[in-house]
Design a protein around this ligand. Structure first.
Ligand code: PLP
Length: 385
């Protein structure tokens, strides 16, 4: 590996086994959704998460939307959402005409602050959407206690969480409903994809029905004797996951631990290489949980010019990104709210390459480049903006 090779921020680990699984679907003649592969994937997810049901869908945004429909959220309702995240939870609340209320996050983890959530509960509040931020689970014990006290639902946005744990339990099973993403940037992927995992079989059945235009599987309809003609009794959506994607995911789910091990090694090495760097802090992982490392964000000191650092890294072919978003600052939500901690992380965090394909040399090269850049672009002490 020479120093001119670029190091991407993200690289999906898709290989020969996934290709072979796709070839099998081609040969089967059923590439669409809710066929044999989709059903097998759902059975595998249900078992993996010890769930009442698992519904394979087109993406995590669709899973969150179905969760809102499942809990019958609608106009006049408020749902408290974690602020520092890809803002899919707030989108989902808006899809059903309700109001997202943004809760600030813990400065040390970026996960939603239970005290902030508790302070935002009103008579209109119907639920909470917490997020496993970039792969780190939130404080689900405290959040569940708040939900129970006020009779609210709790949803885990585990889009980035596959492979993480909280108090010994798998992310994806930390609330009554969890929504997973299998987008190409996540730890297990089929390019695009998602799943709704739920303890409640009735909610699962409803979500599955709504995910296919409000009727059952077209594949199943072809398997019965006779000709029963199903009726459309409600307006549904097309959120189905193709059997092609399901086949890829069946392989990916057998690789979660292997890929997790490699990302853990990258995170541990970054932590060593940045240990004495005063101009940035590395992610903090509380002792009661593990990180899925969907992304690796360093928090730059307030003296560092983040844009200049990013420009330097990109000029060397090293991928980087601002991290994730302070949702309440996004114009789409017109939120008349402040979440100072989230806003601060949104300004200072920097995502650097994190994936299972990184070599030790690449990790070292990234760390060296980051340290050189933050030093070059730090204002002198006492002159923080
Ligand atoms: C990626 C992401 C989503 C969206 O997932 P899709 O499968 O692309 O819809 C939702 N929530 C969070 C926290 C994410 O990081």
């Amino acid at each position: 590996m020479t120093t001119t090779d670029s190091i991407p921020l993200v690289c999906a680990s898709l290989g020969e086994r996934e290709l072979a699984a796709v070839a099998e679907v081609f040969a089967s003649g059923w590439p669409a959704g809710q066929g044999p592969r989709g059903k097998a994937l759902e059975a595998g997810l249900k078992e993996r998460y010890g769930a009442g049901d698992a519904v394979a869908v087109s993406n995590c945004g669709a899973a969150l939307h179905l969760a809102m429909l499942g809990f019958e959220v609608g106009p006049g309702d408020e749902v408290i959402v974690a602020d520092y995240t890809f803002p899919a939870p707030a989108h989902a609340v808006r899809y059903v005409g309700a109001r997202p209320v943004f809760a600030d996050v813990r400065a040390d983890t970026g996960t939603v602050d239970p005290a902030a959530v508790a302070a935002l509960v009103t008579e209109r509040t119907v639920g909470i959407i917490a997020v496993d931020v970039l792969g780190l689970p939130a404080d689900y014990a405290e959040l569940q206690a708040i939900a129970d006290r006020h009779g609210l639902f709790l949803v885990e946005d585990a889009a980035c969480g596959v492979g993480a744990t909280y108090r010994g339990r798998e992310a994806g099973s930390l609330a009554e409903v969890a929504c997973l993403s299998f987008h190409g940037r996540k730890g297990a992927t089929s390019g695009e994809g998602g799943a709704l995992i739920t303890a409640d079989p009735a909610l699962g059945a409803k979500a599955r029905q709504l995910s296919s235009f409000g009727i059952g599987s077209i594949y199943d309809m072809g398997q019965v004797i006779g000709l029963p003609v199903p009726e459309f009794t409600e307006i549904g959506y097309n959120f189905k996951l193709s059997d092609i994607a399901a086949a890829i995911l069946q392989v990916q789910l057998t690789r979660v631990e292997e890929l997790m091990e490699r990302r853990n090694a990258v995170a541990a090495r970054y932590a060593e290489l940045f240990a004495d760097e005063e101009l940035l802090t590395v992610p903090h992982v509380p002792a009661d949980r593990t990180h899925a490392w969907q992304s690796y964000l360093v928090t730059l000191d307030a003296r560092v010019d983040r844009g200049a650092v990013a420009t330097d890294l990109r000029a060397q072919g090293i991928g980087c990104l601002h991290g994730t978003w302070a949702s309440h600052l996004q114009p789409a939500f017109d939120a008349q709210q402040v979440c100072p901690v989230s806003a601060d992380l949104f300004r200072r965090n920097l995502g650097i390459p994190m994936h299972a394909e990184l070599s030790e040399d690449q990790v070292e090269r990234v760390a060296r480049a980051v340290r050189t850049a933050v030093t070059a672009h730090a204002r002198p002490l006492g002159r923080a903006a």
